[in-house]
Design a protein around this ligand. Structure first.
Ligand SMILES: *Cc1c(COP(=O)(O)O)cnc(C)c1O
Length: 372
């Protein structure tokens, strides 16, 4: 193992402090206003952010909630899907997508991803549709919008809802439309490390469906359509004023941040030249917002250790597929070889809007010198 630039500072996988400090003054000002006013939930800040994020996605409604898992859960609940209903979902996703289905008593039906896009393989969906199928959940994994054309046709043909998990893909486009506007309803997460992240937990649902929006807003607030009037057995899942204000400040810079991510991704893709490494592919530059820059190699653990020695932090998204997790012991004998292959070989290189050119170059240099 060679150590290339030992005197260089650690290149962080994601320097969140630096990400948020760019807007520190404006965020301080907005939070101060909230504290001065003394109104903490479901106030002006929520309303403003919801309107601005709906505009950004090009949809009619945005409903803030507590986190991304709740957003997906709220959509499934509002549709009334429950025990006996099946929802199709990619086998390789962050487990939250699948947990939201289980939480409602529905059966997650796993479909293998494409080894090229890492998103659900549209050609393998139809064979999994049964009379009990109610919805297809697409996950725009790593920040790349799913190619929706075939999936939209299937949904029409079999009368299925399309639920988007957009937790990794704020701002990505498919055919001129943003994620959050590609299906019937979409869940977003504003977990701090996402492309649009707050300073704690947060999430939202976007949709063009007026009835669904009304129902989700009520369910997320104890099933209440007006104060002390409860029409659903709801939950408590709200986006607070401070998080909404932080998100509203950062939303203005999201396209710019995503452009910088694209620039870094392009530099990586043009300059990483190591025969042992498979680089990610894109079908359209605007389709990807590079939440994760996922490379693959047969010697993933070795590469990760080597980069660590060279002061470069990486991550694995994800080490264990959902069907091999203890939470889903009932699936332990199932086999999803494509998903398993991705989990075995994936490594995420640092990518963020605050990485400097010299940091990006250093990652390329080290990666190209990796020799096992
Ligand atoms: C982050 C994430 C979620 C969950 O979001 P939380 O806000 O952490 O609950 C769901 N799906 C995917 C694909 C994610 O990356």
């Amino acid at each position: 193992m060679s150590i290339i630039v030992s005197e260089r500072k650690m290149i962080k996988f994601l320097d969140l402090e630096k990400v948020n400090n760019r807007y520190r003054a404006e965020i301080d000002e907005r939070i101060k206003k909230i504290l001065d006013k003394g109104w903490y939930l479901q106030g002006e800040e929520d309303k403003t952010f919801e309107e601005n994020f709906a505009d950004f996605c090009g949809v009619k409604h945005c409903i803030g909630c507590a986190n991304g898992l709740d957003a997906l859960n709220l959509i499934i609940r509002a549709y009334g899907f429950s025990r006996g209903d099946e929802i199709i979902v990619p086998a390789n996703t962050y487990i939250a997508s699948i947990l939201a289905i289980s939480e409602n008593g529905c059966t997650p039906v796993l479909v293998e991803p494409s080894i090229v896009t890492y998103n659900i393989n549209p050609d393998l969906i139809e064979e999994k549709i049964t009379p009990r199928t109610r919805a297809i959940m697409v996950v725009h994994l790593y920040g790349q919008a799913v190619q929706m054309n075939k999936i939209l046709e299937l949904a029409k043909k079999y009368d299925l809802k399309i639920i988007e998990d957009s937790a990794q893909a704020h701002g990505a486009y498919y055919n001129g439309k943003r994620t959050g506007n590609l299906g019937d309803a979409s869940g977003f997460s504003f977990y701090p490390g996402k492309n649009l992240g707050c300073m704690g937990d947060g999430g939202c649902v976007t949709t063009n469906d007026d009835e669904l929006a009304k129902k989700i807003r009520a369910i997320a607030n104890y099933g209440s359509d007006r104060k002390y009037h409860h029409i659903y057995k709801g939950i408590n899942s709200r986006l607070d004023e401070i998080q909404a204000a932080v998100l509203d400040v950062k939303l203005k810079h999201l396209d710019e941040d995503n452009s910088r991510r694209r620039e870094i991704a392009k530099y990586y893709r043009d300059n990483i030249k190591n025969k042992r490494i498979i680089l990610p592919e894109v079908y359209d530059e605007k389709a990807h917002v590079w939440h994760i820059f996922a490379i693959r190699t047969n010697n993933r653990d070795d590469l990760q250790k080597y980069l660590e020695t060279n002061n470069i932090q990486t991550n694995i998204h994800y080490p264990t597929p959902p069907h091999k997790q203890g939470a889903y012991k009932e699936w332990e004998n199932l086999s999803y070889p494509v998903s398993e292959e991705i989990h075995r070989t994936e490594l995420s290189l640092p990518i963020s809007p605050v990485m400097t050119d010299s940091e990006v170059e250093a990652v390329v240099e080290a990666t190209n010198k990796w020799n096992i």
